[in-house]
Design a protein around this ligand. Structure first.
Ligand SMILES: Cc1ncc(COP(=O)(O)O)c(C=O)c1O
Length: 414
């Protein structure tokens, strides 16, 4: 019997789709290790956006003329791509937003303000990005609900053993959690959190900003209630993202933004709302961006989400192994088998910004800061970390250069 090789991922080949890597930075090849922050864009996505503007651009939905119909078809086609991408039951449940942050705010405001009150508990996690933390903290404060956190252990993994304590003395109404931590790369046990939340009668709001670009995400398998992510982290343009929500919840919710597009009828005495998803899409939408988002989904789907996940996992394991050789380097987060392609570290005695600055001279781009996770930084006992993050175009040589660069930082800065 013929043995078929498992389709792998050829990062060096994929890299040629990204014109940005053709240049030198400070005279050195670019080593871009900041994909958790935002990803680079392949020609296929850029070409689609250009093609759309040059052949099919107009405002959507309102026009009877040919161009508007073409634009509407492309825009709604992108929505269908998002639906398939997260395996949502219906495209009515896919709302285009500006990014994950707006999707999470939409749920916090439109669902939270109406459904939360004194005595209720809103649960987030110590790993949360500010985008799925601050909106819930703010809305909980506004309505008099309790805002509580699921703590992490010393490896940066959620402590499910204390869930009963977290829920004690009130009614948990919302559990807000990320699938993958942007700071530590921790892959969270979302299915367990969802079943816990549902046993308590709470809804679950899942931040998939660091998951959807890197691993298959299936809202029906997760059984969650809302899930948000951004296009720019999956090879698509900035300015657009998606929120998926269960139709029955979205239908019962008040709108978030008000204005054009989202209404059924407007009279001086009363305005009624349009159907899903338009009730939540007020104003002219990021039309070309949504089309580019669809092209990015096509691109990463053709590469294969399983292949991306496996490849990044190998990169993370390699990076953890190599970084362990750098003197006085503290690594944060779980072991390779339980993390995505993100590594955070601290070079003892050197400020993370100085580390990133010296690496920049070598053409290596990594992030230094709190990564929009100040409560997590406080838990780790640091103000900031350095973070290297990988994607489908990352090659091992970039990790080797990072490690060489860190040795150089040690020499230059002690
Ligand atoms: C886990 C996580 N959630 C939310 C966000 C916010 O994404 P955006 O700025 O695209 O809304 C980020 C961005 O870094 C993130 O990493």
């Amino acid at each position: 019997m013929a043995v078929t090789a498992k389709p792998g991922l050829d990062a060096a080949k994929l890299r040629t789709d990204f014109a940005i890597f053709e240049q030198l930075i400070h005279g050195k090849p670019l080593s871009y290790l900041d994909s958790a922050s935002s990803t680079q864009k392949p020609r296929q996505v850029l070409d689609t956006i250009r093609w759309f503007y040059e052949t099919s651009y107009a405002n959507v939905h309102r026009g009877v003329y040919e161009l508007s119909q073409r634009a509407t078809t492309a825009y709604e086609g992108a929505r269908e791509k998002v639906r398939v991408f997260v395996n949502a039951p219906s495209a009515r449940e896919i709302i285009f937003t500006r990014q994950a942050t707006e999707g999470l705010n939409l749920v916090a405001y439109a669902w939270g303000l109406v459904n939360l009150g004194p005595g209720d508990i809103v649960v987030a996690t110590e790993l949360e990005h500010h985008s799925n933390f601050v909106p819930w903290q703010y809305i909980a404060n506004r309505v008099g609900a309790d805002f509580r956190l699921i703590p992490i252990d010393d490896q940066g993994e959620l402590r499910l053993d204390v869930l009963d304590e977290v829920a004690a003395g009130g009614e948990v109404k919302v559990v807000a959690a990320g699938l993958v931590s942007n700071s530590l790369g921790t892959i969270n046990p979302i299915e367990d959190l969802v079943s816990w939340a549902h046993e308590l009668g709470a809804i679950t709001v899942i931040d998939a900003a660091q998951a959807a670009p890197h691993r298959p995400v299936d809202v029906q398998a997760l059984d969650c209630d809302f899930l948000a992510f951004s296009s720019h982290k999956l090879c698509g343009p900035t300015g657009v993202g998606a929120l998926w929500g269960r139709a029955e919840l979205l239908e019962a919710m008040e709108p978030f933004n008000l204005g054009g597009h989202m209404i059924r009828s407007v009279k001086p005495e009363k305005t009624t709302w349009g159907d899903l998803p338009y009730k939540f899409e007020a104003g002219t939408q990021p039309i070309a961006e949504a089309v580019g988002f669809g092209a990015a989904i096509d691109y990463i789907s053709a590469v294969g989400l399983e292949a991306i996940e496996e490849y990044e996992h190998e990169l993370a394991a390699y990076a953890l192994e190599r970084l362990a050789d750098v003197p006085r380097l503290r690594l944060f987060g779980p072991p390779a088998e339980r993390r995505a392609g993100i590594v955070s570290f601290d070079l003892e005695g050197v400020h993370p910004h100085d580390v990133a600055q010296v690496l920049d001279w070598e053409g290596i781009a990594i992030r230094a800061g709190h990564h929009c996770c100040q409560p997590l930084m406080a838990r780790l006992g640091v103000a900031a970390t350095n973070r290297a993050s990988f994607y489908l175009y990352t090659v091992r040589d970039e990790i080797d250069r990072l490690v060489d660069g860190l040795h150089k930082v040690r020499k230059v800065l002690g």
